[in-house]
Design a protein around this ligand. Structure first.
Ligand code: SF4
Ligand code: SF4
Length: 286
């Protein structure tokens, strides 16, 4: 079963929920936590895994042979991403815009473009107690986070329990991370910003037809509007985490909630059981 954890905005407690859920299940067989927040992976701070494998994520980037090039400009015309420009007798490449699609090499009439591997990120795999852990890290300045996310997701074993920690927001990296999940947990907070970003996140999961439920974090900080919205939309509120200085202190020290306050272990185990039961019974809103 694949459960993704997402949030319409950063700082709502997505990492807290993803790591607590994974660690509460560590006694079960085959539990994985995949940190797909590749621009800022931070689950490792809480799991402190021992990494045993490292794999580079590469794309094929074009390289122009000046000896063969006639500066016809066909490659620049064909590049959808404006990553290549031909100015007089010069071909300029903008690697940070290149998506490695290979179109320029395909259209070049002189066969002047070859492709070479460029490392855009890395995937690391390891273990933390009973949890198998993988995280992706996008190289600085690289735009292709979906490629790194796909590589992290290749580690998934859907026969077990896979928890995916997605990036915050609602853009392409989030879609790539939560796509094909059996369930998506949306983490929010009871504030006007939390509600606004939750509405956007709900639209995304609805479009992808992924069943979802909500975790409200820092209950007590704002108002009831997030709850009213969930009731109106028929989205189950699966867990409320109170505004509690002890939780914030543990988080700031990199101590997992279920270790610092073990009473939360059963709360998150129950969260998993509820998700599983709802999925089996088909009771979840899409
Ligand atoms: S299409 Fe080929 S020959 Fe034409 S400008 Fe580009 S690299 Fe040079
Ligand atoms: S590989 Fe694709 S994105 Fe990169 S320069 Fe060529 S056409 Fe543009």
């Amino acid at each position: 079963m694949v459960i993704s954890v997402a949030s319409g905005k950063g700082g709502t407690g997505k990492t807290l929920v993803a790591t607590s859920l994974a660690l509460s299940l560590e006694d079960q067989d085959n539990v994985q936590l995949l940190d797909c927040d590749v621009e800022e992976p931070n689950d490792y701070i809480f799991l402190k895994p021992s990494f045993t494998r490292r794999e580079a994520v590469v794309i094929l980037a074009p390289k122009v042979d000046a000896e063969k090039c006639t500066y016809c400009g066909k490659c620049a015309e064909a590049c959808h991403w404006n990553a290549i420009a031909v100015i007089k007798e010069k071909v300029l490449m903008f690697p940070e815009l290149c998506h490695g699609c290979g179109v320029c090499a395909y259209v070049c009439p002189e066969d002047a473009i070859s492709e070479e591997e460029r490392e855009i990120g890395v995937v690391e795999l390891g273990q933390s107690g009973g949890v198998q852990f993988a995280q992706g890290t996008l190289a600085v300045g690289e735009p292709l986070s979906p490629a790194v996310i796909r590589k992290v997701k290749e580690c998934s074993d859907r026969e077990g329990i896979v928890i995916i920690d997605a990036s915050p927001g609602t853009s392409c990296p989030v879609v790539e991370a939560i796509r094909d999940s059996d369930f998506c947990l949306l983490v929010t907070e009871p504030t006007p910003f939390g509600l606004s970003d939750l509405c956007l996140a709900v639209e995304v999961v609805k479009k992808l037809q992924i069943p979802c439920g909500v975790v409200i974090n820092r209950v007590g900080v704002g108002d009831e509007k997030v709850e009213s919205y969930c009731h109106e939309q028929g989205i189950p509120i699966l867990l409320k985490i109170p505004l509690d200085r002890r939780i914030a202190t543990l988080y700031s020290k990199g101590i997992p909630l279920v270790e610092g306050m073990p009473e939360w272990r059963e709360v998150f185990s129950k969260l998993f059981r509820d998700i599983k039961e709802m999925s089996v019974a088909g009771q979840v809103a899409k």
